[in-house]
Design a binder for this molecule. Structure first.
Ligand SMILES: Nc1nc2c(c(=O)[nH]1)N[C@H]1C(S)=C(S)[C@@H](COP(=O)(O)O)O[C@H]1N2
Ligand SMILES: [Mo]
Length: 528
């Protein structure tokens, strides 16, 4: 059998295996209501994500941005396709070894499934069954192709190959048979994966419930003053619409939570454990707060930040009800998929109104942003505070527990650094000489923004007029008119926070505690 035919058989067996596994996994979750993730693809991807160190996350987010999950999927498909192709090539002469390797890949999938939060032993069944199907194909396909071959044929190629293989008959398999059978099975397998993934991602129930419940009426409704916005084309809008809000998380499949089954458990260093239902949460007095969320992975000038109106119940009140013991200094919040954040108790109990949020810009939280309940804590990067799909609060100590990203190379505390960004003109844009509007946004959550300055070609810093600041927890828009002269110019921006502290010019990458340095863009100015 030719090498490429062997590879095609391997890929076909691999594709069918994945197709069967994903279809069975979807039925498994849908009908039997498993809490784990029986999909081996999701499990392997999830296990990989959980082993991502700071430098790799940094690289992935700066290279792919919020498309990092797509990049991971493509990478996984390439790796798996290569592995099964090699197994298929080996399978021509060393069937036993090929079968053992194929089984090993299956076992890796099973181990990944079992390692996922919330999984139980029966969750491996789809992977076990699919691996058996794949092993059978690996034996059956070459034989079947051999039987289809024409024994009378004696072209040079089959003679040559016939000398050295145990599937010598298969060398007579016609190109067309291989393409038809192996190719056809590969396509079927891929269709199975796509259908299986689509079925388990289906959101019907949760989305229906999301629309069915009524958001609590906040005691402090937010009205955004007209003076906060900036009417300049290309500038960030003051409020970020839900469907345009950046999304960063380690969840390969957005968790699907039925609010009727959701509850939040508060335990650890507390006087009294609490189990809060969604209904009980909705009955509490909610606030509405403007808060800008920022990701620690944001590069200088990057767009992993968004500003929304959040409706939620102050976490402070929940913690007071549980009675925090004096030695506690951290709350480890956990989401339904096992992700955790470690937040200083102080940030959750002081007057900044850290929220258990159920509403985002007047709507129920979108599933991607934490439906039904997430945390929103002004002043801290998302990775130490903004737990989506939150189900547990463990009152604890920094010397006893750590959040998900801390052992992976990120700072344990994660306060947001003062940052400023130029939205217009864009880097490398060409503009006409004369008055050019330079505008953007600056943030220093919970300290506020007191000044933004711009300088041209390393000259003197010029104060940029600021738009209104409704509160210190959300970003501030600014614009400055630049009398631009012909030629190439460099623009830089920096902000000063509400404590009078000027943004640092020290250049730092996102890891371990957030990028810093001034954004610098180059603009070409042509004669008017
Ligand atoms: N459950 C869960 N919550 C999470 C994360 C996560 O991976 N899982 N990522 C955090 C990070 S790093 C950020 S920056 C914010 C982003 O929130 P958003 O996706 O709603 O913008 O969510 C935080 N909450
Ligand atoms: Mo983040």
């Amino acid at each position: 059998m030719r090498t490429r035919d062997g590879a095609a058989v391997g890929v076909a067996a691999g594709a069918v295996t994945l197709g069967v596994a994903e279809l069975m996994a979807a039925l498994w979750t849908g009908w039997l209501g498993s809490a784990g993730s029986p999909s081996p693809l999701l499990a392997i991807g999830g296990a990989f994500v959980d082993r991502t160190p700071a430098w790799l996350k940094d690289w992935a987010v700066s290279t792919f941005g919020t498309a990092d999950k797509m990049a991971l999927a493509v990478g996984m498909i390439l790796v798996i396709a290569t592995v099964v192709a090699v197994i298929g090539v080996l399978n021509r002469r060393r069937t036993g070894l090929a079968q053992a390797l194929f089984a090993l890949v299956g076992v890796i999938g099973m181990a990944a499934v079992l390692s996922r939060p919330g999984s139980s032993a029966p969750d491996v069944l789809p992977t076990v069954a699919a691996t058996l199907v794949g092993l059978w194909l690996l034996r059956a396909l070459p034989r079947w192709l051999a039987d289809r071959g024409d024994p009378q044929r004696s072209d040079v190629e089959s003679l040559d190959a016939g000398l050295d293989g145990r599937f010598d008959d298969a060398d007579r398999a016609s190109r067309r048979d291989v393409i038809r059978v192996a190719g056809g099975l590969t396509v079927l397998g891929i269709l199975g994966v796509v259908a299986g993934r689509a079925m388990s991602a289906g959101s019907a129930t949760a989305e229906k419930v999301a629309r069915a419940f009524r958001l609590p009426t906040p005691r402090t409704p937010v009205s955004v003053p007209a003076g906060a916005s900036l009417d300049v084309p290309g500038v960030t809008s003051y409020l970020t619409p839900n469907d345009g809000f950046y999304r960063i998380d380690s969840a390969l499949q957005v968790p699907r939570i039925d609010p009727a089954e959701w509850s939040l458990r508060v335990y650890g260093l507390v006087d009294k454990e609490i189990e809060l239902s969604f209904e009980e949460l909705l009955a509490e007095e909610h606030l509405e707060k403007l808060v800008t969320l920022t990701c620690v992975s944001n590069e200088v000038g990057g767009n992993l930040a968004g500003n929304a109106r959040w409706i939620g119940w102050p976490i402070r009140e929940l913690l007071a009800r549980a009675g925090v013991q004096p030695e506690a200094d951290m709350v480890l919040s956990r989401s339904i998929d096992g992700w955790t954040a470690g937040t200083p108790i102080e940030a959750l109990t002081d007057d900044r109104d850290a929220l258990l949020a159920v509403g985002m810009n007047g709507e129920a939280l979108p599933r991607e942003h934490g439906f039904p309940v997430r945390m929103v804590v002004p002043g801290l990067y998302g990775y130490v505070s903004a737990t989506k799909w939150v189900t547990e609060l463990k009152v604890t100590r920094f010397d006893a527990d750590e959040g998900y990203w801390t052992p992976r190379g990120w700072d344990a505390l994660g306060p947001i650094k003062t940052a400023s960004r130029i939205d217009v003109p864009r880097n490398a844009e060409t503009v006409a000489a004369g008055d050019v509007v330079v505008a953007g946004v600056a943030w220093a959550q919970h300290r506020g923004i007191d000044a933004v300055e711009v300088r041209v070609d390393g000259g003197d810093w010029q104060a940029a007029p600021l738009r209104e600041e409704p509160n210190v927890d959300s970003w501030r828009l600014w614009s400055w008119t630049w009398p631009a002269t012909e030629g190439e110019h460099e623009l830089e921006v920096r902000a000063t926070d509400g404590n009078g502290e000027v943004q640092t010019d020290q250049i730092a990458p996102p890891a371990p505690d957030g990028a810093s340095g001034y954004q610098r863009i180059r603009i070409k100015v042509r004669a008017d």
